[in-house]
Write a protein that binds this ligand. Sequence first.
Ligand SMILES: *Cc1c(COP(=O)(O)O)cnc(C)c1O
Length: 388
Amino acid sequence: MFVTEIICPRCRRTFPSGKPVNLCACGSPLLVQYDLKKVKEKLSREGLSGRTATLWRYRELLPLKDDRHCVSLGEGFTPLIQASRLALELGIRKLWIKDEAQNPTGSFKDRGLSLAISLCRELGINKVAIPSAGNAGGSLAAYSARAALDAHVFMPKDTPRANQIEVQRYGARLTLVDGLIHDCGRLVAERKGVEGWFDLSTLKEPYRLEGKKTMGLEIAEQLDWHLPDVIIYPTGGGTGLIGMWKGFKELEEIGWIGSERPRMVSVQADGCAPIVRAFREGKPRAEPWLDAQTVASGLRVPQAVADFLMLEVIRESNGTALSVSDDEMIAEIDRVGRLEGLFFCPEGAATVAALRRLLREGWIDPAASVLIFNTASGFKYLHLWHLG
Ligand SMILES: *Cc1c(COP(=O)(O)O)cnc(C)c1O
């Protein structure tokens, strides 16, 4: 166990790691800190070989104290697939797809929720609640079932059918809300005191981020400790972008990678692009997006508590932010399907559309190595398609 404390990146206040925490009193998300010198002494890159093919292979960089509390369904260590036919079609030298569809409930939300539910078990929490735009709800429900926790999921009433159905099959309580994810979040916040729920909203607790961080660790390991030039990521609440960046910093501190970093690209949907707008306007925080609408339900996040951290990552990495249309996403789902045999979700397809645009505009050089994400399985979005 290498955790030292939990720290606020904004006001630097610290919290002990053995007690449940949510946001800092100043309103900022909190981050888990490790004794990386000690990790460096105890663990080498070679030490990973032969370990479990899940995200728990990075045990020393995760906040759980006792392995007996680990709640796992086999999440993480997803394939990194070289996409040569898609690369050829796009006109780029090297393209990898990190296929997060192959997680237990079909999305990368499993990474964060495996960690968070394990921590709940360790910290003695037995009632949890989450607002979800789609995949987080199913993931929370699955891990809570395994850990015998009482789980409550709040979703917009027009959330994809697959997401609503899976929550109920895993035995969680589903509440449909006439509104969007931040309205669901408000309901959780209002009721959690009376109900005794631990609030697992995106970045309102520090544990899910540690699970998402492992995407960065895996990318480094799978590319033999050489990061790609560009990473394109479909951004909602921001855990992936912020988590990967934290992971890269930790890897550098333990001496497994150097100081080079990918340029981080945030993709959003034309119908909900608060981070893109703030990035373009040079602002440190994002204004809430009104009337958010997109088929990429995971990107329908009009307002994020960690907006400032996402914007920092994009700027620090010399990255960029752009939005794409739902029609572009739908067209890319078919292209990737036909060229690579992968059934992308719209959020994943947004990364392909973004790559196409950035190549056309010359922001990405055709000689660069690029990594894109398929964040969930296309099978969760069958409502988008007609037969025939
Ligand atoms: C949640 C989600 C996202 C956004 O992820 P963040 O890391 O919270 O920004 C993207 N794609 C899918 C499929 C999602 O479920």
